[in-house]
Design a protein around this ligand. Structure first.
Ligand code: 5AD
Ligand code: SF4
Length: 466
C-alpha cells in the first residue's frame, strides 16, 4: 500500500461530473488524506455524508470552515507527520473565522481522547463512525468537542455514495477490517473485524461508475482474499468474475492479497478475463521463514514462491509488487540476505519498503525492537537499491513492447506530453502534441496503443501507434 499524502479534492481531469455543491450549502469542508487507498475511499465516503448534509467540498484548508485530516497509524512517522500538520493548521483554527479541525481514521481510533488533549483538534472520529461526522461537526461549530471511536462488526457504508472527485479511476471498498493479526500491525486494532459488502451492491457500484465516466476501478480490502458475500457464500474470485462480466470494458484491479489465501481459483479467474488487470500486489514482508513466523504471516517462503510460480504459469506477463519490512525484531544479517534473495528470485516490478516501526499493543511490541536504527536504515537502503536495479532492468526489457494504455491526461511536467497506465499498472508517457502542432485523436478515458521506446526505473516512455 502506498504511503503518500494525497490532498483531496483534486481537480477532476476531464470526465466524471464535478462534485455537486448543495444549493443549501452552509459550510465548506476540506479533507486531507494520509496513508492507504482505503483511506482515500473513506475520505470520499465522509465527503459523501457531509455533502448530503449541506457541506460543500473545497480544495484548500484556507477556504474551509471544516478541516478534516483522515489519518494513518501504521508507522510512527505517519503519526508524527500528522501532529506536525495539526500544529501548522492551528493558526487557522485560532483565527477570526470560526473553524472546526477534526481527526479521522486510524490515528483517531488508536489515540482516541488523547487527540483531544493535544488542544489541536475539535473532533475525533474512528473508521466505523463516519455517519456521525455531520452531528459532531455541527456540535463543534457550536463550541463542543466530540469523539466517536466505536468499532463495528457490521458497518460497511454500503448505502453511502462516495463523493468522488478525481480522474477516471475509482476506489471501491469491498470489505473493511482485518482478522489476520500480523504481529507488527495496528490495523486489526484500528479498523476492527473483517466484514464484507454484498456482492450485488459492489457489481451495481461498478456499473454505475462506468455509466458516470469512470474507466477503472480498484476493489479494496486489507485482505481481499477473505471477502465473502454472507448470503450466497460467494468468494472474492466470484466477485471479481461478476464485476468483470457485468462491465466488460471496465478495467478492474484489486488490492491487497494475502499470500496464504491466494487461491488457484482467483489466479485462474484473473487469467480468464481481459478486463481484470494483470497486476498483483502480494506482500512478502520478509524472505526468512523464522521472521515470517514471528510476524504471524502464516506462510513459508516456499509457499510464497510456489504461488508466484502458479501466477506466472497462468499469466506470464503479470506484474507483481510487494511490501517489505526491514529490521523486524531479532532480524539477523542472514535473515536480511534471505529477503534480498527473494527479491532477486521474484524480480518485483515494484515494492513498498519500510523500516520496522514498533506499534504499541501489537504482539511484536512486546518482542522488543532490538535491531539498531542505523542497521535498519542500512538494510532498508540495500533493499531499495536492489529494487531500483530490478525495476530498471524490467522496465528496460519493455522496450519494443506494445501496451494498451488507459489515457489519464497531461503529464505533470509537460502538457505536450500525456500519461496513462498499462494493464500492468506502469505509468507511460508519450508525445501528445506533435511537432507540427497536431494532437492525438483521443480523450481522457480512452485506451490507446503505445509502443515503448525507453524507460527509467519508475516510468516508461513510448510513441502512439494507430
Ligand atoms: N512497521 C513497518 N511497516 C509496517 N507495515 C505495517 N505495519 C508496519 C510496522 N509496524 C507495512 C507492511 C504492510 C504495509 C501496509 O505496511 O509491509 O504490508
Ligand atoms: Fe496488517 Fe497483516 Fe492485516 Fe495487512 S494482513 S492489514 S499487514 S494485520
Amino acid at each position: 500500500m502506498m504511503d503518500t499524502t494525497l490532498d483531496l479534492p483534486v481537480l477532476p481531469l476531464a470526465q466524471p461530473e464535478p462534485p455537486t455543491t448543495p444549493t443549501n450549502a452552509t459550510h465548506t469542508v476540506y479533507v486531507e488524506t494520509y496513508g492507504c487507498q482505503m483511506n482515500v475511499n473513506d475520505s470520499e465516503i465522509v465527503l459523501g455524508v457531509l455533502n448530503t448534509n449541506g457541506y460543500a467540498p473545497v480544495d484548500s484548508a484556507d477556504d474551509a470552515d471544516v478541516i478534516l485530516l483522515n489519518t494513518c497509524a501504521i508507522r510512527d512517522n505517519a503519526e508524527r507527520k500528522i501532529h506536525e500538520r495539526l500544529k501548522a493548521l492551528d493558526h487557522l483554527r485560532n483565527g477570526k473565522r470560526q473553524r472546526v479541525v477534526g481527526v479521522l481514521g486510524c490515528m483517531a481510533e488508536r489515540l482516541r481522547s488523547s487527540m483531544l488533549d493535544t488542544g489541536l483538534v475539535d473532533i475525533v472520529v474512528g473508521p466505523d463512525e463516519y455517519r456521525k461526522v455531520p452531528e459532531l461537526v455541527e456540535a463543534a461549530l457550536h463550541g463542543s468537542h466530540g469523539i466517536a471511536v466505536k468499532l463495528s462488526r457490521v458497518e460497511t457504508y454500503d448505502d453511502i455514495v462516495p463523493l468522488r472527485t478525481e480522474g477516471i479511476a475509482a476506489w471501491v471498498s469491498i470489505m473493511r477490517g482485518c482478522d489476520k493479526f500480523c504481529t507488527f500491525c495496528v490495523v486489526p486494532f484500528t479498523r476492527g473485524r473483517e466484514r464484507s459488502r454484498p456482492l450485488q451492491s459492489i457489481v451495481d457500484e461498478c456499473k454505475g461508475l462506468w455509466d458516470s465516466g469512470f474507466r477503472e476501478v480498484s476493489l479494496l480490502g486489507q485482505n481481499v482474499n477473505s471477502y465473502v458475500d454472507e448470503a450466497s457464500n460467494y468468494d472474492f474470485a466470484d466477485l471479481l468474475e461478476a464485476c468483470a462480466r457485468a462491465v466488460p470494458q471496465l478495467r478492474i484491479r484489486y488490492t491487497t492479497s494475502h499470500p496464504q489465501d491466494m487461491s488457484d481459483k482467483l489466479i485462474d479467474t484473473m487469467a480468464a478475463y481481459d478486463n481484470i488487470c494483470k497486476y498483483i500486489h502480494l506482500p512478502v514482508q520478509s524472505g526468512s521463514d523464522r521472521i515470517l513466523q514471528l510476524m504471524n504471516r502464516t506462510y513459508s517462503v516456499d509457499h510464497y514462491m510456489k504461488r508466484i510460480e502458479r501466477i506466472r504459469e497462468a499469466m506470464p506477463l503479470c506484474a507483481l509488487s510487494t511490501d517489505i519490512i526491514a529490521g523486524f525484531c531479532t532480524e539477523t544479517e542472514e535473515d536480511h540476505q534471505a529477503t534480498l534473495d527473494v527479491m532477486r528470485a521474484v524480480k518485483y516490478d515494484g515494492a513498498y519498503m519500510f523500516a520496522y516501526s514498533p506499534r504499541e499493543n501489537t504482539k511484536a511490541w512486546k518482542m522488543g525492537d532490538d535491531v539498531p536504527d542505523e542497521v535498519k536504515q542500512r538494510r532498508l537502503q540495500e533493499i531499495i537499491a536492489l529494487q531500483n536495479d530490478v525495476s530498471r532492468e524490467l522496465n528496460a526489457a519493455e522496450t519494443g513492447r506494445l501496451h494498451s494504455v488507459l489515457v489519464e491526461g497531461p503529464s505533470k511536467r509537460n502538457s505536450a506530453e500525456w500519461k496513462g497506465r498499462t494493464d500492468t499498472n506502469k505509468t507511460v508517457i508519450w508525445q501528445h502534441v506533435a511537432d507540427d502542432g497536431g494532437v492525438g485523436d483521443y480523450v481522457v478515458g480512452d485506451v490507446v496503443q503505445v509502443r515503448i521506446t525507453r524507460s527509467t526505473s519508475a516510468t516508461l516512455f513510448g510513441s502512439l501507434e494507430v
